[in-house]
Ligand binder design. Structure first.
Ligand code: C2O
Ligand code: CU
Ligand code: CU
Length: 503
């Protein structure tokens, strides 16, 4: 008897010890720190500007082809997907007031879509899950570019498959120009002092291929331990001008970055998702959750090197689970190498853009959205359910809250919105401009305000969703339509957006 007792004790002891060891191992493994470890030996790839031509009816026409490819991130060729190439796609560029059309060819073996993230355009042109492109087919959306100059982007949005398509490499930038921005003295020479910086994280498996396996402890999706910029691992950029403007896009599927420089230098945040801020905001950090953009202007001294780094982001998550969603990670991103002689550039202008504030007293409707688990207001995405019916031309307030202990963010198609309040207070400078995606720290109430100006279409919904693509794919998404007269529609399904009309 005694022997059995002792053996049992030993076995239990081993199990407990084993579990503790596994937990300790998982804890250590969960965090990545590459500060000072990345050798920046590869010149940063700059996505080419997409060719276009103006057709007989005056439209600027682009072509984009989604294909399979093999891309070298730095350790040999890897199976990837890209637009017009092996990985990522060219930068599309158009001017406010232009009609554009894009022939999107799908040369993949599966259905995809291309969504114009941040663009104000008709729902049938939006490229969400309702505009699938079959293999071998071409889809040609067209629209009038009618919004402020901004750094937008495009990426697939197929139902339930977005994470995989983006992770494999389907994404690119779409830069909108306008006269007001051209009149400002900002660095604007593409690839010289105006640089696209698409930041993504990758994980490679033992064969050197892209791993698509999420750690079972990560509730937010796949987090990589290798940061690539424009598809380049360990990138450096030769800077030849005193000021350099970085158009930073978080093109990652799940990871939030808190970007700053290794020497903590101050830079100017000049723009966010939907365009320039009213005035530059001097800061030493800019946090970007998946899908968000920031334009920053950095001052360089001759001959110096400056490393752009992602510091542990303040996700608003204090419990240990935060470690498994990237909260404790430090990642080196990009090295800027200044030439011995730098071309002079004028200071960033003190005034950048007019941002007329949307007036909450004008709001016709307030809706509330609670994000938790994989749901919004307790519902999973259903392509046949409309969650909100919006009156064309109206201003609405959307109260949005992350009601979970885990990271989420919130993206609305069709509009650029303003943050009216954050826990009742006016937004900080980095949230003071036009936004289409915002990070939602747990249990912080946001009031977003937007005008749904036009594009009536009772049959085709726009999406709103968490842009952590693993969550989006699993149902953290809803649909709204813009109609002439919402009174003619039966109210959206119960449990949809908690809607109340004012007055
Ligand atoms: Cu960038 Cu609905 O997405
Ligand atoms: Cu979008
Ligand atoms: Cu989420």
């Amino acid at each position: 008897m005694r022997l059995i007792f002792i053996v049992t004790l030993i076995v239990i002891g081993l199990l407990v010890g084993g579990a503790a060891a596994v937990a300790a191992w998982a804890w250590v493994q969960a965090s990545v720190d590459t500060a000072g470890e990345v050798e920046f030996t590869t010149p940063l790839a700059i996505p080419p500007l997409a060719d276009s031509h103006v057709d007989a009816v005056g439209r600027r026409v682009f072509d984009l082809t989604a294909t399979e490819g093999r891309h070298d991130f730095g350790a040999g060729p890897v199976d990837t997907w890209g637009f017009d190439g092996d990985y990522l796609g060219p930068t599309l560029r158009a001017r406010r007031g232009e009609e554009v059309a894009v022939n999107v060819h799908n040369e993949l073996d599966e259905v995809t879509t291309v969504h114009w993230h941040g663009m104000h355009l008709p729902a049938v042109m939006d490229g969400g899950p309702h505009q699938p492109i079959d293999p071998g087919q071409t889809w040609t959306p067209h629209w009038l570019v009618d919004q402020a100059a901004a750094t937008l982007w495009y990426h697939p949005h197929p139902h339930g498959e977005t994470e995989q398509h983006v992770y494999r490499g389907l994404a690119g930038m779409f830069i909108v120009d306008d006269d007001a921005t051209d009149a400002l003295d900002l660095p604007d020479e593409y690839g010289v002092d105006d640089i696209p910086v698409i930041v993504q994280d990758k994980r490679f498996d033992s064969d050197g291929q892209l791993s698509e396996r999420r750690s079972f402890l990560s509730d937010s999706g796949l987090l990589g331990d290798t940061v690539v910029v424009n598809g380049t691992a360990g990138p450096y950029l030769n800077v030849t001008t005193e000021l350099v403007r970085l158009r930073v896009l978080n093109g990652s599927t799940a990871r939030t970055y808190d970007l700053g420089f290794a020497d903590d230098r101050t830079f100017d945040l000049i723009g966010t998702d939907g365009g320039l801020l009213a005035e530059p905001h001097p800061t030493d950090r800019v946090m970007l959750s998946p899908g968000e953009r920031a334009e920053i202007v950095v001052r360089m001294r001759p001959g110096e090197r400056a490393v752009l780094r992602s510091y542990p982001p303040d996700l608003g998550i204090d419990h240990p689970g935060g470690r498994f969603v990237g909260r404790d990670d430090t990642l080196d991103v990009l090295e800027l190498r200044a030439a011995a002689d730098l071309e002079p550039r004028p200071d960033v202008p003190r005034r950048l853009a007019e941002i007329p504030r949307l007036d909450p007293t004008e709001a016709a409707t307030t809706r509330s959205f609670r994000l938790s688990g994989r749901n919004i207001n307790g519902e999973r995405m259903d392509m046949s359910r409309i969650d909100a019916v919006v009156e064309a031309g109206s201003v609405e307030i959307w109260e949005v809250r992350n009601a979970d202990g885990m990271p989420h963010n919130f993206h609305i198609h069709d509009v650029q919105f303003q943050v009216l309040t954050m826990d009742g207070a006016p937004p900080p400078p980095e949230l003071s401009g036009w936004k289409d995606t915002i990070y939602l720290p747990p249990n912080v109430q946001f009031e977003l305000i937007a005008r749904f100006s036009d594009f009536i279409d009772p049959d085709t919904p726009y999406m709103f969703h968490c842009h952590l693509l693993y969550h989006e794919d699993r149902g953290m998404m809803g649909q709204f339509i813009v109609v002439d007269d919402p009174g003619e529609r039966p109210d959206p399904v119960e449990g949809g957006s908690g809607r109340h009309n004012h007055g």
